[in-house]
Design a protein around this ligand. Structure first.
Ligand code: B12
Length: 378
């Protein structure tokens, strides 16, 4: 392919992605990113991502687009803004959901965009020359986006794009075509550390690394129990967390947010009623949540998160519902977290419910939670 043809393909790809909702598109070479690999290896050695199943080869593959597409020469990096102003609902006993999960699942929308643009590139090349990635494939998406000059990696570890801020999803088209690369931006957060100071769990270290085991986003998405010490720090977040991005000045200043395709699927998306979430059964879960990015961990995880948020609300009106959950929820993890929430509320009714349940619970883990809740109260 001639250099002129490559320029034309790049321009068409950029135009095609922008027409389909991308806010910015830039290109970098597919050269393996050794600095990123070293950073990832150091992060895995520190145990920063203990809840993720990264095997030893992940860093090598994620830093090398050729692992995704043999003969890869270029990576087209796409950022799609999704920020939507939140409806501030001050009704009591509401949880908080991260902006990225209010709408229909972003994976579907981004994958459609990427596959359509990739198909146009394949057509122009006359044979398959592309592979796409968005979130689920081993590719250090932020590192390549930064190298392409789409933005810079902030102290909250998210990529901040100049006009879009960090509320932007990333996606990539890896291709065997040698496209003219764009230069990286030479920007950083400077001395700003608002995100580091705002993170309630201390997950951000301030050196552009994160202890994901403490990140509320990770804590609300894990499928096992949430460590007791972390639960009070989660506040009312029931899925994901946006605190580090909401306080980020370039993100607040961003001139472009999400279009109507990122609108919440219903008025309660951002602030779901906690008592409803606590009683969520799989039928309602499938109807309500499976089409969103909250759909992949199942209903029990959301009931568990609702229990934690209710414990943090310290509102006695939740005691009856939490008691019923502690006694009857089919999932021991949810019963255990409901017991914790009752202990945290600590009203006479909550303590009586815990005492009554102590001898009746079959599951050893839940009995431990009940014992710990009563001890904490005592
Ligand atoms: C696992 C994962 C998580 C984990 C771990 C997060 C993390 N910080 O790594 C958890 C569940 C916590 C998480 C949370 C979120 N995630 Co997430 N997540 C991923 C996923 C699938 C893999 C990330 C990964 O491999 N992490 C391991 C680290 C070591 O590797 P890394 O991400 O490549 O980051 C390193 C390199 O970029 C390297 N690096 C390379 N070059 C350079 C240069 C400089 C100067 C610096 C400082 C660093 C650096 O340093 C980084 C840190 O060590 C990616 C998709 C993907 N395949 O990349 C999405 C992704 C990173 N997540 C995304 C989103 C939207 C989120 C949330 C905002 C969702 C939410 N609201 O709850 C939060 C943000 C929390 C936070 N502050 O990071 C977006 C980020 C978009 C953006 N603009 O940056 C991604 C890219 C998905 C997507 N396709 O859009 N996520």
């Amino acid at each position: 392919m001639t250099a002129k043809e490559a320029v034309r393909i790049k321009q068409r790809a950029i135009g095609g992605a922008i027409a389909r909702g991308a806010g910015a598109v830039r290109v970098t070479s597919a050269r393996a990113d050794e600095a990123s690999r070293a950073r990832m290896e150091a992060a895995f050695r520190r145990g920063d991502f203990a809840t993720w199943r990264y095997d030893s080869s992940y860093a090598r593959r994620a830093a090398d687009p050729a692992a995704l597409l043999r003969g890869a020469r270029s990576v087209i990096c796409v950022a799609v803004p999704y920020a939507i102003p939140a409806r501030e609902d001050r009704t009591p006993l509401r949880g908080r959901v991260s902006n990225y999960a209010w709408s229909n699942d972003y994976h579907r929308r981004l994958n459609r965009l990427l596959h359509e643009v990739a198909a146009e590139i394949d057509d122009a090349a006359g044979s398959p020359v592309t592979a796409v990635a968005c979130d689920t494939r081993p590719l250090a998406e932020r590192a390549f986006a930064a190298r392409a000059g789409l933005g810079w990696i902030g102290k909250h570890t998210n990529l901040i794009a100049p006009d879009l801020g960090s509320f932007a999803f990333l996606g990539e088209i890896v291709t065997t075509i040698d496209l003219p690369p764009d230069p990286p931006l030479h920007k950083s957060c400077g001395s700003c550390k608002l995100c580091v100071d705002a993170c309630p769990t201390g997950a951000l270290r301030g050196d552009y690394t994160i202890d994901a085991n403490r990140c509320i986003s990770d804590l609300t998405q894990r499928t096992d129990g949430i460590p007791p010490a972390m639960r009070p720090l989660i506040g009312d977040w029931v899925w994901g967390c946006d605190i580090c991005q909401l306080v980020c000045p370039p993100t607040a200043r961003a001139s472009r947010g999400g279009g109507s395709e990122w609108a919440p699927i219903d008025p309660d998306s951002a602030r779901p009623a906690l008592l409803e979430l606590l009683g969520l059964r799989s039928g309602t879960f499938k109807r309500r949540y499976q089409k969103t990015a909250m759909g992949w961990r199942g209903a029990a995880v959301l009931r568990r998160n609702a229990a934690v948020a209710l414990g943090n609300a310290l509102d006695r009106s939740a005691v009856a519902a939490l008691t019923s959950t502690m006694e009857r929820d089919p999932h021991p993890m949810v019963r255990g977290h409901a017991a914790w929430a009752l202990g945290r509320i600590g009203s006479p009714g909550a303590v009586t419910a815990l005492q009554r349940r102590q001898g009746a619970e079959d599951d050893a883990g839940v009995r431990d939670e009940i014992r710990a809740a009563l001890e904490a109260f005592a």
